[in-house]
Design a protein around this ligand. Sequence first.
Ligand code: WT7
Length: 646
Amino acid sequence: MTSTASATGSPHYPSPVSEQDYRERYRRSIESPEAFWREEAQQLQWMQPPQQVLKGRFGENHSHISWFEDGVLNACVNCVDRHLDTRGDKPAIVWEGDDPSHQRTLTYRQLHDRVGRFANMLRSLGVGRGDTVTLYMPMIPEAAIAMLACARIGAVHSVVFGGFSPEALASRIRDCDARVLITADISQRGGKQIPLKKYVDEALALEGTACIEHVLLVPCGDAPIDWKARDINASELIETHSPECEPEAMGAEDPLFILYTSGSTGAPKGLVHTTGGYLLYTAMTHREIFGLREDDVYWCAADVGWITGHSYVVYGPLANGATTFMFGGIPGGPPDYGRVGRVIDDHGITIFYTSPTAIRAMMGHGEHIMDSSRRDSLRLIGTVGEPINPQAWHWAHDVIGNGQCPIMDTWWQTETGGHMMAPLTDAENFKPGAAMRPFYGVRPALLDDQGNILEGEASGSLVIEGSWPGQARTIRGNHERFEQTYFSVFEGHYFTGDGAHRDADGDFWITGRIDDVLNVSGHRIGTAEIESSLVAHPAISEAAVVGFPHDVKGQGIYAYVTLMQEATASEALRQELVETVRRDIGAFARLDIVQWAPGLPRTRSGKIMRRILRKIAANEVDALGDTSTLTDPGVVDALIENRINR
Ligand code: WT7
């Protein structure tokens, strides 16, 4: 790439798509969806090409939404075997561990070998079509290999982020009835070690986890491992298996994986993604939104435990035959805040996909952290997970990207499978902080509280009209909850849970969650999950949790806690509560603030008024709005008086 920032500061670099091309293609995708998607489906390698495209509609028997239903394919074949003839010696996965001296590269041919052996190893343990396998892994190539091995034999993987606690792991194993657990002894990040194996042993001692027959463990650390009878050394066993492994012929609508995510109520939901539509959609969005080129070295800094890792570390890039870089450290530090730049230089990264939180973390340490790198291989930066504030956008653009890279702010969700919005336009038209435009085939709309469609410049609830191939199809074991959560809030529309603004040009700005879901450093946490952890503590009678604006994390966690009559507030109790939530959910769910609340504001029907609690937490006490429906307005005054934040 030769372009540079112009003297006026206005960027002159190639964008993935021109304004005109986007508009034409988008129009076609909306006007003739059947033809559009039928043609796109040819990008995959099918064992039996589909005749059908979309079946079903939201709000009308939407339980039967299906894409390419009569098509037959294998996701692993699409991600690996398909490339052997043309890209056999091209790096498929390049990995650098937390320790920079730990490096590995797997070409597509080598990946094929490892995945085949891993798949045979799983089969030898009796795992097959339709069985569920839980992964609890560090960011190592084996995480991707294990996912692909499951896909090869038709097993459904359920990846649990390595930062979750044993309790959280156990509940996710229980819910999907997993037969095998794949893990490692340790996960090393930021110079610290997370004892995965110890957590696994704790999880498997908990009720309801006896479904696990075997634990396949990939040794990563130096310390001796406490092997139990159910444990198998995966690194040894794999070598006894052949690399040749016949792939299962899967229906397009057969489940590919389950991924748990938090909602506004109840326990985390196991969202089910299926094979054909998901793979097509992730590959296509990855290719088009990043304008993928054959020689790209692409780095998505997300962990495989989240949807971003599934769609844009593993499935999308590998389906496209790209080189995907996996990083075991913490992007944006600690301990080394400028390492991102050197990783980019060392590996010649051309596309860097990260989170606003990571950008803000780097920004907080000053521009000089980038002095140790040039980053001139970079041609595009992507962001995901939360709205990006203009300051962080400019820092990413000017400092990380040397003023030469478009910033693709991608808005999407675990439920959507892949990108739903991004700045699909000429670089000159980018608006820092706006995801801007729907991807092909995606029809966003804004609704008011009564469900009326808002036209023109407006703010409201963001919904999607009509299905797209990458959408989740159900919640494992609870289809009714799926319909209730996503399709009954506004009948006939997919409810995103996000608010958005559409500006006078028709471009979208995501404003954040409008339900009781928090977004802490890009990690999605349900307030209900934190509350139920808190009220299980014997000293607590009630708890209400809300988010508040946090400079680095985007949102912090603010807990209002009412004590049992006989309990007394103390620093020790506060710390105990922080620890309780950490134990039940994970270290990333750290309570930032605990306020002792003698009472909580309620409506006459007894509902806690979270709107008011959010305002108090954000220190916007002049803008409390209508408090006339409260049973006891005095409660609010007491909370304001004792508020802790700043
Ligand atoms: C929620 C989904 C999608 C992968 C990572 C998170 C927020 C995501 C953006 C963005 C503003 C964003 C939304 C969404 N979000 N991307 N570009 N701009 N907000 O997946 O854990 O399912 O969370 O993340 O609030 O609903 P997730």
